[in-house]
Each structure stands twice: as structure tokens, then as C-alpha cells.
Design a protein around this ligand. Structure first.
Ligand SMILES: [Mg+2]
Ligand SMILES: [Zn+2]
Length: 184
């Protein structure tokens, strides 16, 4: 019986993954106070790479969870957005890691209602289900209250930051926290 429990705990530890969720605009790239409509406006914040790399090295899966209502408003297309996200992945790969998946909601209540737009938690829940995410060891960083609501409704801890704020302290704190949990 004891052995079975131990085995289950080990199996769960292997199967369940830690994950770090990020809002996009104002967290990974510069918030410019308007929709990011073209690739030239998509400026990655310089401090993200070291932090994301550290998380990757600690075994975290990395996800982007972003509302892109500018698509519904026809400010830009899925293709333009893909170019931005390909660029993001390309820059990450230069540092030896990449995002596991980039989830975006292309809808906006002005044109149609949907169930994916934040503060809804569907995008996060999809990632959790698809990749066996351990919500107790995961976190979400966003610069809007709706990011935190989205995270919390999926059972994930949320950190609310100022737009374009350096996330280094939070990342280091989370990594330290999880190494403490793992050693117990
Ligand atoms: Mg944002
Ligand atoms: Zn949506």
C-alpha cells in the first residue's frame, strides 16, 4: 500500500508539468497604448529572454495567453499576428527555448461574443488539459486585472504587474519557491 502511494506520487511528478503563463502586450512586448497592428510595433522587452530561459531550464512549459481583439476589428489579420508570433519564437530559439504554445482570442464583443476572451479562463484551461499542467506549481503574469481573473478561475496563481515592468524578481521568486517544494 505504502509502495503504491509512493509510486503514484512519483508517476504524478513525472506526468504533471509546471507551467508559466504570460499575457503578451505589456508583459513580453512593449505596450504602446494601442493595438499592435504590424510587426514593426511588436518590440520584445529585452529582459524576458534570460527569465524565460531560466524557467525553461527549470522544466517549466511556457505559454502565451493573449486577447487579440484587433483581428475582430480588422486592424490586422491572423497572418500578421502569426508573423509576430513566429518572430517571438525565432528570438526565443536563439536563446535555446521556445513557447510550447501561443493561445490567442481573435474575437471582440463589438463584433461577436465568444468563450475564449480573457477574463475567461478557457485558453488557460486548454493548456492545462492538453499538457497535464500542475496548477499548484504554475503561475500567470499579466498587466491587467482580467489576466489575474483568468488565471485564478483556472486555479492558477496570478501576478499583476505594471505594463512593461521587469519580471525578473517574480521569476526568481517562483523558481526559488518551487525548488523549496521539490526538496520536501
Ligand atoms: Mg497586456
Ligand atoms: Zn475569443
Amino acid at each position: 500500500m505504502q509502495f503504491t502511494l509512493l509510486l503514484m506520487r512519483i508517476l504524478l511528478k513525472i506526468i504533471l508539468k509546471k507551467a508559466a503563463f504570460f499575457d503578451r502586450d505589456g508583459v513580453l512586448n512593449l505596450e504602446i497604448g494601442d493595438y499592435i497592428k504590424q510587426i514593426d510595433d511588436f518590440k520584445l522587452l529585452p529582459f524576458i529572454f534570460e527569465n524565460l530561459k531560466n524557467l525553461h531550464n527549470e522544466g517549466y512549459l511556457l505559454f502565451v495567453i493573449t486577447n487579440q481583439g484587433g483581428i475582430a476589428k480588422q486592424f490586422y489579420t491572423h497572418e500578421t499576428l502569426k508573423k509576430m508570433h513566429d518572430f517571438l519564437q525565432h528570438e526565443c530559439k536563439k536563446h535555446g527555448f521556445e513557447f510550447t504554445e501561443i493561445y490567442y482570442c481573435p474575437h471582440h464583443p463589438i463584433t461577436s461574443n465568444c468563450i475564449c476572451r480573457k477574463p475567461g479562463s478557457l485558453m488557460v484551461e486548454k493548456a492545462i488539459a492538453k499538457y497535464n499542467v500542475d496548477v499548484t506549481k504554475s503561475f500567470f503574469i499579466g498587466d491587467k486585472e482580467r489576466d489575474i481573473t483568468c488565471a485564478n478561475d483556472a486555479g492558477v496563481k496570478g501576478y499583476l504587474i505594471e505594463s512593461n515592468e521587469d519580471i525578473t524578481t517574480i521569476i526568481n521568486h517562483e523558481i526559488k519557491l518551487n525548488s523549496l517544494i521539490n526538496n520536501n
